[in-house]
Design a protein around this ligand. Structure first.
Ligand code: THU
Length: 141
């Protein structure tokens, strides 16, 4: 199984495909399934702005559309396109919510990396406390 540092390296590779003509902020993500498959994603911007898709969601939508449902971790890196990531780039709220839809918040790990490797590794629950997920709607009171 790939380790967290290797997953960050895959996110750095994914970032090379970022399409960012408007913000110039290039993000890469690498999503690891429990079986060990990695789905890479980058942000894909749009002239109309709203259709822009973050790197994390690109990775999730690629994976889910291929039939994957069991995820272990995601690594994320981001920086201006002309620079190497030297600081962490934390997932936006929308991407955390998409993680909440498909991942166990107690075990799914969100890994924030830089060019040097892993800087932060937390559970989704730590990243998104009191998250609203599918379990809530299934709860009977
Ligand atoms: N972005 C991501 O892809 N992921 C994040 O975690 C933060 C933001 C993208 C969206 C947009 O293309 C650019 O970064 C600037 O907001």
């Amino acid at each position: 199984m790939i380790n967290e540092k290797e997953l960050v390296m895959r996110a750095l590779e994914a970032r090379k495909h970022a399409y960012v003509p408007y913000s110039h902020w290039a993000v890469g993500a690498a999503l690891l399934t429990k079986e060990g498959t990695v789905y890479e994603g980058c942000n894909i911007e749009n002239a109309a702005h709203t259709p822009t898709n973050c790197a994390e969601r690109t990775a999730f939508f690629k994976a889910v559309s291929e039939g994957e449902r069991d995820f272990a971790a995601i690594a994320v890196v981001g920086a201006y396109e002309t620079e190497e990531p030297e600081k962490i780039c934390a997932p936006c709220g929308v991407c955390r919510q998409v993680m909440m839809e498909f991942c166990d918040p107690d075990t799914f790990r969100v890994i924030l990396g830089t060019k040097d490797g892993v800087q932060v590794s937390q559970t989704l629950k730590e990243m998104l406390p009191y998250g609203f997920g599918p379990d809530v709607l299934n709860t009977k009171n």
